[in-house]
Design a protein around this ligand. Structure first.
Ligand SMILES: [Zn+2]
Length: 321
């Protein structure tokens, strides 16, 4: 059991690290997502980094997206409540200190915390999985994750392939280990994890089918599948297979059928703009956006090609030792 106090203390202790990861992620995610934005300067001042972390956590009104899918995340970090006749499934929880915000959003929509039966994650980074331990404790839900991610959830984000030990979060036990394509079902609702590694070894894009107004839609919850703006595909000592994993991801992402375009970060799919349109009664539902999905995949593919070219250029200009 992890107390709110210890979570808050952890959040403060790692505030700098938090801000760093958000700043890096925000830049890359902005590139991967819709609006063009410049990546943060390497020497950005800490107040700005802290501000971007705070901006990512800013509350957002929970709302019904489509079919049996609800938004319960913050302005920047997306979390989803998928409802079934046998209870609810929660995808991601945000930062450790966002747990109460997410729990409050679930309750504001009229659902009981004790009805959340399963928690799943997009990937094992503090800004998406940091609150899982707290929310799991508050709901009693079972945590299910792919094997490649589970190790980092269970060690609290240590030895991360990008961040090393800089962004720890409360460790949490994974109750069921999944593998690529191994679906989970609750109350007749099935979700499938697609391993799209590179950002982390267990980076997971989830898919499901939802029914809305008599029609069926393929829903995709994209994880970050691009390459960071200045990153290499050569990998690191802790992730020597990164390049091969990214190559695999590039093969997988164009094959994922997508009608409803969602993702782990709101910047991927223009959350605010689509939410506002939906609240004004837009029909068809603006989250039905296969074109947006296609463009998201194309941006990821372009970032991969640019990384390949960077690596090739670096190899040809490297001095002979
Ligand atoms: Zn991440």
């Amino acid at each position: 059991m992890i107390s709110r106090k210890s979570l808050a203390a952890l959040a403060i202790l790692t505030a700098v690290a938090l801000a760093m990861v958000v700043a890096v992620a925000a830049g890359a995610h902005a590139q991967a997502g819709a609006p063009a934005a410049n990546p943060p300067a390497q020497n950005s001042g800490m107040p700005n980094l802290a501000q971007s972390a705070a901006a990512m956590k800013e509350p957002f009104p929970p709302f019904h997206i489509i079919g049996n899918i609800n938004y319960v995340g913050s302005k920047g970090i997306s979390c989803y409540l998928i409802t079934t006749p046998a209870g609810e499934i929660l995808l991601d929880t945000g930062y450790p200190d966002m747990a109460e915000q997410i729990e409050g959003n679930i309750q504001k929509l009229g659902y009981k915390l004790s009805d959340v039966k399963i928690i799943i994650d997009s990937h094992s980074h503090i800004d998406h999985a940091g609150g899982i331990a707290a929310v799991k404790s508050a709901t009693g839900a079972k945590l299910m994750s792919v094997a490649e991610d589970a190790v980092y959830l269970e060690n609290g984000g240590h030895n991360d392939v990008l961040f090393g030990d800089r962004n720890p979060f409360p460790a949490v036990k994974v109750d069921r280990i999944l593998h690529d394509g191994e679906s989970i079902t609750l109350g007749g609702v099935t979700l499938t994890p697609h391993l799209t590694p590179g950002h982390t070894p267990g980076n997971t894009t989830w898919t499901m089918v939802t029914e809305d107004k008599g029609k069926s839609y393929n829903v995709v919850f994209w994880v970050f599948v691009s390459v960071f703006p200045n990153a290499s595909l050569k990998g690191t000592p802790s992730y020597p297979n990164m390049g091969a994993d990214m190559a695999k991801t590039m093969k997988v992402i164009p094959t994922i059928k997508c009608d409803v375009f969602l993702g782990s970060n709101s910047s991927f799919f223009n959350l605010e703009q689509k939410h506002d349109a939906l609240m004004k009664g837009a029909d068809p539902n603006p989250f039905i956006d296969p074109q947006g999905c296609k463009e998201f995949v194309e941006r990821a593919q372009a970032s991969y090609q640019q990384a390949l070219q960077r690596d090739q250029a670096a190899a040809t200009t490297a001095p002979v030792k």
